[in-house]
Design a protein around this ligand. Structure first.
Ligand code: PLP
Ligand code: COI
Length: 370
């Protein structure tokens, strides 16, 4: 994809006077964890009804000052994205499918009655920030620069008659390692007390409110010794939707007979960009992939009979992480022998190869930053 720098406001650059010294940055990059270390700068762009998008800046990373009556604090009008920049085998830096994240950001904006941001401006913000903070892009294998664009409603006032008339777009960047720490199969908790999303709701949008509503379920997962919550459909509480921060794939059969199934996009689950990529990558590797309904019962019975051989989660943060065991209020079972399976490992190697530039990018997914 190409981004034309000529669309939208040009970025004014306000360099940080307190950038982290190189030696300290090197220490911070050794074991960055996930989302706890941030680069020296951030990108911001403002929107008002009269002017549209304006005042684009690269400025020092730091607190955002808002009126306590700003709409975001009261009504949660906020959306975000997550994508990653990777150091390539040739030393350049490339971002995975930023146009797809920009498109999803705009679908989320539309659902939350917020203004859309031109795709070119979304990508330009990434280019400008990563160029300025290039030294923060990890070079360690398995590490990357996680990019977190978000938009908040800034209008002051407590009325809810209409959406905010002003917004702030911000992009921050965080060098990260694996989301789950050491790469290992995760244990998941079936949430039967709470629902994440329902038809006509905001499940398909990437808005903060979805995650706020999910923490009670995630806390139950932790209380039961699990890593992540699995959400079921809100109406019948039996169809598997997705996990707290990633989508799910089921592997049926093995060897030449292996095939992938991921829960169909029902309108209430987030259509992950990793999910979409695997729906293309799987068949190209000779592993058919389909979107279908999978019930909790089928999951349990399929694991018991051996029909379901592997299950994995996928997402920007989680990449591809095997699911080793499932727990719920009424049942508990293992997936295969609880270890990463061959299909999961193969897909992970292929995807990570494309992202790192060690495998051919047949799909034009990598956007090299100038
Ligand atoms: N589902 C949820 C709830 C998520 O937060 C994420 C993460 O972004 C995903 C799925 C996976 O989406 P993607 O592959 O675009 O990162
Ligand atoms: C991502 O993978 O980008 C996510 O948003 C997942 C989570 C950290 C919220």
């Amino acid at each position: 994809m190409n981004a034309s720098p000529s669309q939208g406001p040009e970025f004014e650059i306000h360099p940080s006077a307190a950038a982290v010294p190189a030696a300290q940055r090197a220490e911070m990059l050794v074991a960055p964890g996930f989302g706890s270390v941030f680069t020296d700068h951030m990108a911001t762009i403002r929107w008002t009804q009269d002017v549209g998008w304006h005042d684009a800046r690269i400025e020092p990373y730091g607190p955002i000052t808002l009126d306590p009556a700003a709409a975001v604090f009261h009504y949660g009008q906020e959306i975000f994205e997550g994508l990653k920049a990777y150091t390539q085998a040739d030393g350049s830096v490339a971002v995975f499918r930023p146009d797809a994240n920009a498109a999803r950001f705009n679908r989320s904006a539309s659902r939350l009655a917020m203004p859309e941001l031109p795709v070119t401006l979304f990508v330009r913000a990434i280019e400008m920030l990563v160029a300025r903070d290039r030294a923060w892009v990890p070079t360690t294998e398995g590490h990357s620069l996680y990019l977190r664009p978000f938009m908040i409603a800034t209008q002051t006032g407590l009325g809810v008659n209409k959406p905010s008339a002003s917004y702030l777009f911000t992009l921050i960047a965080s060098p990260v390692a694996g989301y789950f720490g050491a790469a290992r199969p995760v244990t998941v908790w079936l949430s039967e007390d709470f629902s994440r999303a329902a038809q006509g709701g905001t499940g398909e949008a990437k808005c903060g409110g979805n995650y706020a509503a999910a923490f009670a379920g995630q806390q139950q997962a932790i209380d039961h010794g699990c890593d992540q919550v699995v959400w079921l459909d809100a109406a019948e509480r039996q169809w598997v939707e997705e996990m707290g921060g990633m989508n799910l794939f089921f592997v049926y059969g093995s060897g030449a007979e292996a095939r992938l199934v991921t829960p169909a996009a029902t309108g209430s689950l987030l259509q992950g960009i990793t999910r979409d990529s695997l729906l293309k990558l799987g068949p190209d590797l000779g592993i058919p992939a389909a979107e279908d309904r999978v019930s909790v019962d089928e999951w349990q019975r399929g694991c018991a009979s051996g029909e379901i051989t592997e299950v994995f989660s996928c997402g920007t943060a989680a990449v591809i992480t095997p699911v080793g065991a499932v727990r719920g209020a009424r049942a508990e079972w293992m997936v295969g022998n609880g270890e990463p399976g061959p299909v999961t490992s193969r897909l992970r190697t292929e995807l990570v190869g494309i992202q790192n530039g060690t495998a051919p990018d047949r799909y034009g997914w990598m956007y090299t930053l100038g």
